[in-house]
Design a binder for this molecule. Structure first.
Ligand SMILES: NC(=O)C1=CN([C@@H]2O[C@H](COP(=O)(O)OP(=O)(O)OC[C@H]3O[C@@H](n4cnc5c(N)ncnc54)[C@H](OP(=O)(O)O)[C@@H]3O)[C@@H](O)[C@H]2O)[C@@H](O)CC1
Ligand SMILES: [K+]
Length: 511
């Protein structure tokens, strides 16, 4: 699903109005009706107090349409106009008239702190104060209004965007932003919904298709893409019946050190469970029996050294090399990694201490094969590219880095971001149970397992992150966030594939 900027959305809006020969008010009615339908589906006529806070722009106009439709269905609705300016939009005004004509339950104008209404625990608050038109931080009593709503224990549903949240920048410390429980957003999710610094304002999120011009949407270059089930399905290559293990490639997992052989077991298990034809590990001697016992399906080669890697064989017949997990940063390990980078032409996936070595010995970066997949978590990324001021600055810095080094970066997080050239892919599977030791080792193994099966490195990264998250979701369903461990994510990869290939309905949600 494409993620568009506010100006792209406004353009789509204008083109839709022109091409479909409708008024902007018609489009507002269409969009807000979708919101009403979602609310009605869930509330089923329940008699709870619905308190709708409307701004005076089109986000407020949406709020007024939602209010009217709820009133027509006999909901217990009270509308408050957050009257921050007299510059009311035309579509706000015509819906203001419509609601006044409908009932004597007129909207109440709020003009300052003294007008704040009572909000109770069981209230259902709808935030239609600001949407994508926000152009400066909230101030004065309007900021206080937002903080007041946040302080209530009412459920807050944000329309299009939580009010106070910009679509293209991070709020400053202390800025007032609605902390929504749920956000119903129009046509396209916004990039800020997925950034670590802003995702908490959004709560759960659902995208409502409002029928914007299809041709325009299909041609426009998005600022990022959200990867859900449908996108992942499009990346999947079905297996040919007439095939053998040689068709699915050979993964080499090189890494590990004394006390850290488990990371190799996890990555290698994941590569095999993702479908690699063969997996060989290259580890220090101390790991020989561990891997042979834990994973009889793997072949094991050992370094001359007992505790760490000092001499990785570079003439191995692998299709992809996965390096770095548990490998440590001893000088002799750095040397053999350097040799490996200089010698190999194979695609690589580099994780953990492999990344830390690259950060410490910057000169190695020039030897990375093109399209190497680097899989840092935020701390590893920071060591690699330096500090950033906020999440937008981080994106810019990653893009500069990948342009210079011609690599793919998989930045792990609640929403993992995959950066390739100018493109950004944002994963929509996964859960907090995956914040557990070894989860990253499994991901590296998954991506390597896909590359070995001839998926392009970018496709392997995007599909691998999706499947890894899905397997995490399946593990969480069975074991709960606390109970699941990364070995479960590796074990359940097969179920993630089955889920991908099953016929079940996906609905409008992008996972
Ligand atoms: N295609 C779609 O997706 C569709 C979108 N639709 C809806 O339209 C929404 C966008 O509407 P919008 O453009 O009218 O902007 P909105 O967010 O209501 O606010 C604008 C007002 O806020 C003001 N203002 C800004 N910052 C301020 C501040 N800090 N403090 C005080 N004032 C501030 C600014 O005035 P200014 O003072 O800058 O002149 C202006 O008056 C969108 O989110 C969606 O809900 C649907 O109806 C149909 C299909
Ligand atoms: K809003």
């Amino acid at each position: 699903m494409k993620i568009l900027t506010a100006s792209q959305i406004k353009e789509a809006d204008e083109i839709t109005i022109k091409n479909q020969n409708i008024s902007s008010e018609d489009l507002m009615e269409r969009a807000a009706t979708q919101v009403f339908n979602e609310i009605h589906k869930r509330l089923q006529g329940a008699d709870l107090p619905v308190k709708i806070f409307c701004g005076i722009g089109n986000n407020g106009g949406d709020g007024l349409v939602i209010a009217r439709l709820l009133m027509e269905h006999s909901y217990n609705v009270k509308v408050f106009i957050v009257n921050y300016s007299d510059n009311r939009s035309p579509d706000f005004l015509s819906n203001y008239d419509k609601i006044k004509n409908l009932s004597h339950n007129w909207p109440e104008l709020l003009k300052g702190e003294d007008d704040f209404p009572e909000i109770n625990r069981g209230d259902f608050v709808i935030d239609a104060i600001f949407g994508i038109g926000l152009n400066r931080p909230l101030e004065g009593w309007v900021a206080k209004m937002v903080n007041f709503l946040n302080a209530s224990s009412a459920f807050i549903l944000a329309i299009d965007m939580p009010s106070g949240l910009f679509s293209d920048k991070i709020p400053e410390e202390g800025d007032a932003v609605i902390m929504a429980n749920f956000t119903l957003t129009f046509q396209t999710p916004k990039l800020v919904f997925f950034l670590p610094e802003t995702m908490e304002f959004v709560g759960d999120m659902q995208v409502l298709e409002i029928g914007l011009d299809r041709d325009f949407l299909s041609k426009i270059t998005p600022s990022a893409q959200l990867i859900g089930r449908q996108e992942a399905q499009n990346l999947y290559n079905p297996r040919n019946k007439n095939s053998h293990k040689g068709n699915y490639g050979h993964v080499l997992v090189a890494g590990g050190s004394y006390g850290k052989i488990g990371s190799i077991v996890l990555a290698t298990t994941a590569s095999l469970r993702t479908g690699a034809g063969l997996s060989t590990v290259f580890i220090p001697k101390c790991g020989y029996e561990i891997v042979q016992t834990a994973l009889p399906e793997a072949m094991v080669l050992t370094d001359a050294n007992y505790e760490m890697l000092t001499d990785i064989k570079t003439d191995l017949d692998a299709d992809v090399i996965c390096f770095g997990m548990g490998v440590g940063r001893d000088k002799s390990t750095v040397e053999t990694f350097k040799e490996l980078l200089k010698e190999t032409k194979k695609p690589m996936v580099i994780d953990a201490d492999g990344l830390n070595i690259l950060s410490e010995y910057n000169e190695l970066l020039q030897h990375l094969p093109e399209n190497t997949v680097l899989t840092p978590h935020p701390k590893e990324l920071q060591r690699l590219i330096g500090e950033w001021t906020d999440d937008f600055d981080k994106i810019r810095k990653v893009q500069e880095f990948i342009k210079k080094r011609k690599v793919i970066v998989v930045l792990k997080g609640a929403h993992t971001f995959i950066f390739e050239q100018e493109n950004i892919y944002i994963n929509n599977t996964g859960n907090p149970g995956m914040a557990t030791a070894g989860s990253g080792d499994v991901l590296s193994g998954v991506i390597a397992g896909l590359i070995s099966q001839k998926y392009e490195p970018l496709v392997a990264a995007v599909l691998g992150v999706y499947l890894h998250g899905k397997s995490g979701d399946i593990s969480a369903e069975k074991l709960g966030y606390e109970g699941m461990i990364s070995g479960d994510i590796a074990q359940n990869m097969g179920l993630a594939f089955s889920d991908l290939l099953s016929e079940k309905e996906n609905g409008a949600r992008a996972d």
